[in-house]
Each structure stands twice: as structure tokens, then as C-alpha cells.
Design a protein around this ligand. Structure first.
Ligand code: HEC
Length: 137
């Protein structure tokens, strides 16, 4: 009986190890569910979404300090978590896409960023864009 217990315990330990360690290899740690490479392609499109709205890159440069219409997104990942107290970088970036005027970046006007990405883009596309922006350190 004792022996059976030991075997059972060893077996459940193995299961636990498998559950914790397995399957993580292919996951990009910064991706938060989205795919950064797909997000990068979306971000660089000049038109995007079901309504062929202007793409991100038409208003946001990835070069430091280059202001097109909106802020440069160089270093965006490093500052995204500091914009709104209590909001993580991921939450802020997501909200900036689906509800751009919820928090307007200082020095820039409200209502200029296209407002309907939340409707025009599929949820996985928004995940991909967020994953990409989280790589812009
Ligand atoms: C028509 C121009 C325009 C387009 C297109 C646009 N944005 Fe913006 N965006 C702005 C402006 C202006 C701001 C600053 C004002 C504000 O916060 O709304 C901004 C702010 C942001 C911010 C807030 C953080 C920061 O430092 O810039 C994020 C994140 C963002 N945009 C992401 C995107 C993404 C992703 C797309 C494409 C899906 C996009 N934007 C398309 C103009 C645009």
C-alpha cells in the first residue's frame, strides 16, 4: 500500500512538471496572446481594417522624435506603462487603439487619431498590434 502511494505521488509530480514546463517553447514572452510579427505587418499597412482606414504608420513614425501626426512610437513599450497610473503597458496600448480619446497624449489634440479601429479590426488583429507595440523598446 505504501509503495503504491509513493508511485502515485511520483506520478502526480511528473504530471505537474509536464503541465508547468511543457508547451512554453514557441510562445513569445512579450506577445500577450498576439503575434508581434503579424502586428508589425498590420502596423506598416497604409490602409487597415474593414473600412480601409488610414494605417498606423501614416501618423506614427518609428524613428525617435519624428512627429508625423501622432507621437513617434520609438520607445513606446518602455513608456506605455507610465501614461496612466495603475494601467499596464498592455492595457494602455489596447485602450489607445479601441478608445483613442480615453487618454490623450499631452501636447497632442484629441479626436485626430482614427476612432473606429475597435469596430473595423478583428480582436486578434488588435492583439497582434498590441504585441508588436510591446516590442518597441
Ligand atoms: C490619423 C492619424 C492617426 C492614425 C492613423 C493612428 N494614430 Fe495613433 N495617435 C494619433 C494621435 C494624434 C495621437 C496622440 C493623441 C491621442 O492620444 O489620441 C495618437 C496616439 C496613439 C497612442 C498613444 C501612445 C503614444 O505615445 O502615441 C497609441 C498607442 C497609438 N496612437 C496607436 C496607434 C495604432 C496602433 C494605430 C493603427 C491601428 C494608430 N495609432 C493610428 C494619430 C493617429
Amino acid at each position: 500500500m505504501r509503495k503504491l502511494l509513493v508511485v502515485l505521488m511520483a506520478f502526480s509530480m511528473l504530471l505537474l512538471l509536464a503541465a508547468c514546463g511543457g508547451g512554453g517553447d514557441a510562445v513569445d514572452e512579450t506577445a500577450v496572446g498576439g503575434d508581434a510579427a503579424r502586428g508589425e505587418r498590420l502596423y506598416n499597412q497604409t490602409v487597415i481594417g474593414s473600412a480601409s482606414a488610414p494605417g498606423c504608420i501614416t501618423c506614427h513614425s518609428l524613428e525617435p522624435d519624428v512627429v508625423l501626426v501622432g507621437p513617434s512610437h520609438a520607445g513606446l513599450a518602455s513608456r506605455a506603462g507610465n501614461y496612466v497610473p495603475g494601467m499596464s503597458a498592455e492595457e494602455f496600448l489596447r485602450q489607445s487603439i479601441v478608445d483613442p480619446d480615453a487618454h490623450v497624449v499631452e501636447g497632442f489634440p484629441a479626436g485626430v487619431m482614427y476612432q473606429n479601429y475597435g469596430q473595423d479590426l478583428a480582436a486578434p488583429q488588435i492583439d497582434d498590434l498590441v504585441a508588436f507595440m510591446l516590442t518597441l523598446e
